[in-house]
Design a protein. Structure first.
Length: 310
């Protein structure tokens, strides 16, 4: 990586040097450093590792990078759902199906173990979500605007409401020689002040009532809090706002091959410009487990709306 790329990386990333796949450096005060790293994350920083801080067997790595995306172009991920031990978005022979499920299941377990040791304050409260493998080149994909990764956005899940919990994601670039390139935007507080009314903070109560009525009628809808409704609208509006996309002046962040990074993607506007072959694990961290909850999107939006949202 060039000196320029390294300097760009360090603008938004904290380079973690005291933790590796072997665990904490013996000279490190692990609990104090874990608390500090949690604060960095919650403030909108990216934690960066030059090598995966968890076990990734060579055979598993080789199997993943040999895969070719066989599904619809709208199916950008192969996903693994740990709670159900279920694989989705992958079409192959029975043997390869089983192998993919085993590899992603193993990766999911390894990453969960790593996060529990590295981010100790969250360990007892982590809710493990889906793992995914992203085999498609991000650059040049022709997708509907709401599905585009190359536009600045914050993460919100339509069918998996967090009710104020934060979305923590762990990424690893598996490509043997190509970087994965992101743009990142400004602080979430700026977005909240700009979009709060447009995002429906006042409509949140009505939306929640509507969901309740539909559920009472027997429809299997996820229970979405006002906070989740606001965040989902904000996700869409950021992508739709061509003026914001043109004027945001994002910072470029480049992730080298075999690097890993952690970020709260609900609080940092980000866009994926290019890259192929990445694995990702999602967690939800409840508001009660955060060390600096005042930086959370929930608390910021509640401050703007002047009422509880979750």
């Amino acid at each position: 990586m060039s000196a320029l790329a390294h300097s760009v990386l360090r603008l938004d990333c904290i380079d973690v040097c005291d933790y590796s796949a072997r665990g904490w450096n013996p000279a490190t005060s692990a609990r104090a450093r874990a608390l500090e790293y949690c604060r960095y994350l919650e403030e909108g920083k990216i934690l960066f590792f030059r090598r995966p801080p968890f076990s990734l067997p060579t055979d598993d790595y080789t199997f993943l990078i040999r895969q070719q995306h066989a599904g619809s172009m709208l199916r950008k991920n192969i996903s693994y759902r740990p709670a159900a031990d279920r694989l989705r978005g992958y079409h192959a022979s029975s043997a390869d199906q089983q192998r993919m499920q085993q590899v992603l299941g193993s990766c999911s377990a390894e990453i969960t173990s790593f996060v529990s040791r590295f981010l100790m304050p969250y360990a007892d409260r982590l809710c493990r979500g889906y793992a995914s493998f992203r085999p498609v080149e991000e650059q040049g994909r022709n997708l509907p605007r709401h599905k585009r990764n190359d536009l600045l956005h914050i993460d919100a899940f339509p069918s998996r409401p967090t009710r104020g919990g934060r979305i923590l994601r762990v990424f690893t670039n598996l490509h043997p020689f190509r970087k994965r390139v992101w743009d990142v935007g400004g602080p979430f507080r700026e977005l909240a002040e700009r979009y709060a009314e447009k995002s429906g903070t006042r409509l949140g109560g009505l939306l929640t009532k509507l969901v309740g009525w539909l559920r009472a009628a027997g429809l299997p809808l996820a229970e979405r809090s006002p906070y989740d409704s606001v965040m989902l609208r904000l996700h869409h509006q950021l992508k739709e706002d061509r003026a914001y996309q043109a004027q945001a002046n994002p910072r470029r962040v480049e992730f080298p091959p075999m690097s890993t990074w952690l970020v709260f993607t609900d609080g940092l506007p980000h866009a994926v410009l290019s890259g192929q072959f990445a694995i990702e694990q999602t967690f939800v961290v409840p508001i009660e487990a955060l060390v600096s909850p005042q930086h959370s999107p929930l608390r910021i939006l509640e401050g703007v709306a002047r009422r509880p949202l979750a």
